[in-house]
Ligand binder design. Structure first.
Ligand code: ADP
Length: 161
């Protein structure tokens, strides 16, 4: 069985993330989308909320599992017997950090490979932080976040009138 993990903060999941998930799900038998606790990011949504949004966004994709972890990614993979990490790449600015992480993870465990998928051009500018910023000021999220996820985002971030 070919299994891959797609790790991230998903604070919240965007259509850019979902595009990577759908494409990875066509290549692997199972894709585990894992919300990782990241001490260097201050997140707007709790881990449970982020998992709920991911479950909603991926409900029509049979071979996707939503999980979370506060372990080191390499340890999570060893515990779950997964060897492949999927990462999305948007711009050159993503490359430096992702390159460093891929080398570090491979150094920790030589069996682990990182596969990079290029963003679809329509999502190359899209990030969770852009979505949070727009939502806070009541901006239009259609096309940026899966439609079923939009109410969760407004509920949490849009200032009440
Ligand atoms: P961010 O907060 O920057 O949106 P995450 O930590 O949630 O990022 O991202 C998880 C993974 O998804 C990373 O590999 C990231 O590069 C990738 N990703 C994020 N946004 C996009 C996008 N618009 N297109 C493709 N990949 C993306």
């Amino acid at each position: 069985m070919k299994i891959a993990v797609y790790p991230g903060s998903f604070d919240p999941v965007t259509n850019g993330h979902l595009d990577i998930i759908r494409r990875a799900a066509r290549i692997f038998d199972t894709v585990i989308v894992a919300v990782f606790y990241n001490s260097s990011k201050k997140c707007a949504f709790s881990i449970d909320e982020r998992m709920d949004m991911l479950r909603t966004a991926t409900k029509d994709i049979d071979n996707v599992i939503i999980d979370s972890s506060d372990n080191l990614l390499v340890h999570y993979m060893e515990n779950n017997d997964v060897k492949v990490i999927i990462k999305g790449l948007r711009m050159v600015s993503d490359f430096e950090y992702e390159f460093q992480m891929a080398l570090a993870n491979h150094q920790q465990n030589k069996d682990i490979e990182t596969l990079f998928m290029m963003t679809a051009s329509e999502y190359s500018h899209l990030s969770s932080s852009l979505v949070r910023e727009l939502a806070t000021y009541g901006g239009n999220l259609i096309g940026l976040v899966p439609n079923d996820v939009i109410p969760y985002v407004y509920e949490k971030l849009q200032p009440k009138k």
